[in-house]
Design a protein around this ligand. Structure first.
Ligand code: FAD
Ligand code: EPU
Length: 337
């Protein structure tokens, strides 16, 4: 383990923003991690996983700790289920593929989400009708204050839509080091209620899907919609889908007949932010080296050498315009640093 100085973070963030870290270290075991966080010389620390949910707007004047803790293990199993532990530095999609290869069900709808296992609980990653919390059993995290490992059960984590205790009360106080999942071994609970999955399976000629087919269907759908960060820099959805009252929704419907919505509760609905941004005229717009993706208005992109501040300013302009037209505030999903 070696602490390096003045390292470009461009290869470490999927937006491809070129800023420097004053100090940078890649950590591959818990003891090294405990040692690093105890060093008094580095007060300002940034934990880095896959860098797929952050917008870097300036150089980082502290120590970037790149989590590289690897390892996947079966902890226990019975006839129907298995508990699998994955360390924080495992790549999420590779871990999902490992589960699918072993015929362990539960994570197939979350195929091809970038980033690391250790970050997945922070915003309770979700896609295609499934969220991380549905298979989550517990996670271990080191407290930056006590330097001790602590367990967080599902109820401790207070998971919500793109939310958990790690974005609220525990924000910036813990480093998640591993996650345990409870997965099915047979009698998988297939989740194909999202329309796009059914039609993709039909297209693939599959009438009796297995978890492997669902994963393949999800991968195809995602590849057709979302830009590959290796080709165009991005961080997935830049904003969360806003939740508004039904009263507000009914007023909007008078002027915008085609406004889509998903029921949340008796009084609330969720509106796709992509629709609000598209209707505000931003879809496919390009400014210099940055813009809004042509197929998915929720995704802001870096065509090459954009600055983080340029993307941040565009996001603020989008927020202001959506608020002016619809009276809805769209909150950033991406972590802005
Ligand atoms: P990073 O960007 O490295 O870190 C994110 C934040 O967590 C930072 O604040 C960092 O300091 C902190 N952090 C990182 N690791 C730890 C740790 N171990 N302990 C404590 N803090 C930590 N998300 C979805 O939910 N659903 C999707 O469908 C989806 N699709 C995406 C598609 C694309 C093309 C892209 C680029 C992103 C997408 N995302 C999606 C967002 C992203 O993949 C997830 O949020 C992912 O969990 C981020 O993981 P990461 O390791 O890259 O996080
Ligand atoms: N839409 C538009 N124009 C657009 C994009 C979307 O009108 O340019 C509308 C359409 O009505 C469409 C609806 O939005 O039917 C939903 O679009 P999509 O299915 O692409 O999903 P999303 O709501 O835009 C969410 C997640 C994604 C996740 C997908 C699939 C959030 C913030 N985003 O996107 O997560 O992959 O659903 O489940 O909840 C991420 O978090 O980074 C991410 C990519």
């Amino acid at each position: 383990m070696q602490i390096q100085n003045n390292i470009s973070l461009k290869p470490y963030n999927t937006f491809g923003i070129d800023v420097n870290a004053k100090h940078f270290v890649s950590v591959s075991n818990i003891n090294d991690l405990k040692h690093i966080i105890s060093l008094k010389a580095y007060t300002n620390k940034l934990i880095l996983g896959g860098g797929s949910n952050m917008l870097l707007t300036k150089d980082f004047e502290g120590l970037v700790i790149h989590l590289n803790l690897k390892g996947i293990a079966i902890i226990s199993e019975d006839e129907n289920s298995v508990i699998v532990k994955a360390n924080a530095g495992e790549n999420w999609h590779e871990f999902v593929l490992w589960c699918i290869k072993n015929d362990f069900g539960g994570l197939e709808n979350l195929s091809l989400i970038p980033g690391n296992v250790g970050t997945a609980p922070i915003q309770n990653i979700g896609a295609y009708g499934v969220e991380l919390k549905d298979s989550f059993e517990m996670c271990e995290a080191i407290s930056l204050e006590t330097k001790k490992l602590q367990c967080f059960t599902k109820s401790d984590c207070k998971f919500g839509y793109r939310n958990s205790i790690f974005k609220q009360k525990a924000k910036g106080k813990f480093i998640i080091t591993s996650v345990n999942f409870k997965l099915t071994k047979n009698k998988h609970n297939l989740n194909i209620k999202y329309g796009a999955i059914t039609s993709q399976l039909e297209l693939m000629g599959v009438s009796n899907p297995k978890i492997q087919d669902i994963s393949k269907a999800i991968i195809s759908i995602r590849e057709s919609k979302l830009p590959n960060p290796k080709e165009i820099g991005n961080s997935g959805s830049f904003f969360k889908n806003p939740i508004i009252s039904k009263t507000h929704f009914n007023t909007l419907k008078e002027n915008f007949e085609d406004i889509p919505s998903y029921p949340i509760s008796e009084d609330e609905v969720k509106i796709p932010a992509g629709w609000l941004i598209e209707k505000s005229g931003f879809k496919g717009k390009r400014f210099d080296d940055y813009g809004v993706h042509k197929n998915q208005a929720l995704v802001l992109v870096n065509y090459g050498n954009a600055k983080g501040t340029e993307i941040l300013n565009l996001s603020k302009l989008i927020q202001k315009t959506v608020k002016r037209i619809f009276g809805i505030f769209i909150e950033a999903e991406v972590n802005i640093l």
